[in-house]
Design a protein around this ligand. Structure first.
Ligand code: AMP
Length: 280
């Protein structure tokens, strides 16, 4: 497995790969089974797999957890190699942003809801780094987790908008045995919060059941939000229902229309997100 810290090194390796498809898994590191499932999937589909590890300052707002975001490069390299990565790109902020950006892509649709509404500018930072990484790696396929469903939908649309020659593949959320979605941020939960956190997913599951059995969407969302707050002790940022993958707020469940039920919950040191995509 090759490791590269410089864009030039990635480009040099990339230019030598001519008869193989290239799969790409962008991450912020502190790898877990969710990331590894994407790397393994990429390895199944593609001849050469590139993983990037970069905690992107541009997608963190003031007061968010950029400084405390967990990092463990050595362990990440071992895990990436075991999962089948051929090249790991670990740029520093100076490599990705050698000078202040003089242009930007502003995400116009799908950001008035969910994390777009509660983290202004977040998705502009995401598409900036993903566009840079796509231009550096030039993958045929790029793999994203359903865990960050809004991100996956926004990137898919951005790729279409800008005719970027890459196919986006979205993979299911990998969970702990108790249902908590795997996340690098889970290590920043206190022991007590970690015990209670599975109630997030349990509450989403219950809400989906209630909506499928015809209960009023507004009532279900309110109950779900109160239940998450009561059972986790966390502060609910949002519990929302929207169409998938268009990300338009949905007030009712229509047969055959895929929907995304998503939430974000703030704990003492960390904010977690989770979701379920379902169709009535
Ligand atoms: P991150 O390092 O958190 O930015 O995530 C990098 C990629 O891994 C994104 O496409 C995430 O959606 C995906 N990912 C993170 N957690 C999970 C999970 N539990 N299951 C599946 N994919 C995940």
């Amino acid at each position: 497995m090759i490791t590269a810290r410089r864009t030039e090194e990635v480009r040099r390796t990339r230019s030598r790969i001519v008869n193989q498809t290239i799969g790409f898994v962008p991450t912020m590191g502190f790898l877990h089974e969710g990331h590894l499932s994407l790397i393994r999937r990429a390895k199944q589909d593609c001849g050469f797999v590139v993983v990037s590890i970069f905690v992107n300052p541009l997608q963190f707002g003031a007061g968010e957890d950029y400084d405390t975001y967990p990092r463990n490069e050595k362990n990440d390299l071992n895990l990436a190699q075991e999962a089948g990565a051929d090249l790991v790109f670990l740029p520093g902020p100076d490599e990705m942003y050698p000078k202040p950006m003089s242009s930007s892509i502003r995400v116009e649709k799908g950001t008035d809801i969910l994390c777009g509404a509660s983290r202004p500018g977040h998705f502009d930072g995401v598409v900036a780094v993903v566009t840079k990484l796509f231009n550096i790696v030039q993958p045929d396929f790029a793999y994203f987790g359903q865990k960050d469903a809004q991100q996956a939908a926004i990137i898919e649309t951005m790729v279409q908008d800008y005719h970027i020659p890459v196919t986006i593949v979205t993979s299911p959320t990998v969970r702990e045995p108790d249902g908590l979605a795997k996340s690098s941020r889970n290590v920043n939960l206190t022991a007590e919060e970690r015990k209670k956190a599975p109630a997030v997913y349990r509450s989403l599951e219950a809400a989906v059941d209630q909506m499928l059995s015809g209960e009023d969407v507004k009532d279900v969302l309110a109950v779900c939000s109160s239940r998450i707050a009561a059972e986790t002790g966390g502060q609910v940022d949002y519990v929302e229902l929207c169409t998938w993958p268009e990300l338009k707020r949905a007030g009712q469940v229509k047969a055959g229309e895929p929907l995304l039920l998503a939430c974000a919950v703030r704990f003492s040191k960390v904010r977690l997100i989770d979701n379920i995509i379902f169709t009535a």
